[in-house]
Design a protein. Sequence first.
Length: 185
Amino acid sequence: MSTAKFLTGTPAPPSVAALAYAGLLLVLIAATMLPIKSMLDQRDEVGALTSTLRLLDAHSLMPAHRDGDGAARMAGSAFLEGPTVTVAGAALLQRLGDVVTRHGGSVSSSQLDVQGPRAKDGQISATANFEAAESALQPVLYDLEAGMPCLFVDELVVEGNGSPAISGGKLRVTITVSGQWQGPQ
């Protein structure tokens, strides 16, 4: 078909017109559905972020839990404190040791990492080996992550003997925790 014949107004066969109409209709539907899908995805993301924010707000409004001596565990800064990174690391090791002994465990060794790959960002990591009763492991983990300063369990390795009678129900645990140091105040 030549362009002159096309421009003179000879009608196209109905099948070509139907295909052109269907193609145009599909393009318009796609152009309408893509922005709608994008808005629905954004709405879902906002809903997820809103629920996370509600959880964080609820956590910050919770009253501080009390230890046996009446001291509040959630009082204090969320960051490791100290004039130097070494002092802040020592505070991290002290906190880790205190939590383990409070729940009947005993720390056999500990190591501080203040020069790791994340140290330039203020992250301080500590690795400790300790023994604790099986029932004490969950409270130890909770106290480490729920108290102040905010600590994160990066690695946890738990070993136990096959028979509780042989090991006395004790677990050997290697844990790596990290916290954020802001620098000297």
